[in-house]
Design a protein. Structure first.
Ligand code: ATP
Length: 254
């Protein structure tokens, strides 16, 4: 697997997203800012409803924002029409969801190939092989998602997200459907993608023992930046949990 272009940071500047819920307005994001450097792993934490998924979706260009900018590799996403945005997303971002979102009727291998443009030709076969090897899934390549465990399905979803060699991976609760042992395996895999390939990762999570794999934790509250926590690399969930609680002023989390 090739390493990625290291000149592709992600900047979120003063982003606003407001939803109408009945007669009231919900400020899902209220001037949130975040910069992610090449080869940096950032976790986004916050209580339920604090705006984590909305922020990730804004970074992915999956929702329009009402103010501020999301810039990836120097490109302001709001300046792209639908078609160019889809292509830009494919070439620059990999996205991983809690529910894996694999196509049940396709084999693991076919799911990985799905986002690849036709022009990749024979290069694609080699790339799929490398990804299956890298993620320990070579023996499972012909299985359909229904015959794979949750952890295996998430590995395939990560391979699919990497097929176009994006510099940035966005992950929304990637371990949320997994037991803690399998979840840790996925966290270690994500960490390796940062350490060995210098990819940038932004991951939404509720869990201190998942967030501890990041370099930095961005804590949101009510759609605003509340705090930044630098993890110290000791991977101690208790320390991260305590720092997180302190950031929230001792509030009990949902
Ligand atoms: N499509 C939508 N329509 C209306 N309101 C929305 C929509 N999406 C999100 N919201 C609201 O925006 C706020 C932030 O939601 P968001 O899903 O980003 O929070 P979250 O931190 O990811 O929560 P959770 O941890 O529960 O997934 C919430 O009040 C939510 O109800």
């Amino acid at each position: 697997m090739t390493s990625t272009d290291s000149s592709k940071p992600l900047h979120v500047q003063q982003v606003i997203k407001t939803y109408q819920q009945g007669t009231s307005k919900v400020h899902a994001l209220d001037r949130v800012s975040l910069t992610v450097e090449p080869g940096e792993f950032v976790a986004i934490m916050g209580a339920s409803g604090s705006g984590k998924s909305t922020l990730l979706h804004a970074m992915a260009g999956l929702i329009d924002v009402d103010g501020g900018t999301v810039t990836i590799a120097g490109q302001d996403l709001s300046q792209l029409a639908d078609g160019p945005l889809t292509r830009f997303r494919r070439d620059n971002l990999g996205i991983v969801f809690q529910a894996y979102n694999l196509i049940p009727s396709l084999t693991a291998e076919a799911n990985i190939r799905l986002p690849a443009p036709k022009k990749m030709g024979g290069e694609l076969d080699a790339k799929v092989d490398r990804l299956l090897q890298r993620l320990g899934m070579i023996e499972r390549r012909h299985h359909k998602p229904g015959a794979l465990s949750g952890g295996e399905q998430q590995r395939i979803a990560i391979a699919r997200a990497l097929i176009c060699d994006p510099a940035i991976l966005l992950a929304d609760e990637p371990t949320g459907s997994l037991d803690s042992v399998t979840g840790t395996q996925i966290c270690k895999l994500l960490r390796r993608l940062v350490d060995e390939e210098r990819r940038s990762i932004v991951m939404v999570t509720h869990e201190p023992h998942v967030a501890m794999w990041a370099d930095r934790i961005c804590v949101l509250k009510d759609g605003t930046n509340l705090a930044e926590i630098q993890t110290d690399g000791t991977r101690d969930p208790q320390t991260v949990a305590r720092q997180y609680q302190e950031a929230l002023g001792g509030e009990v989390l949902v």
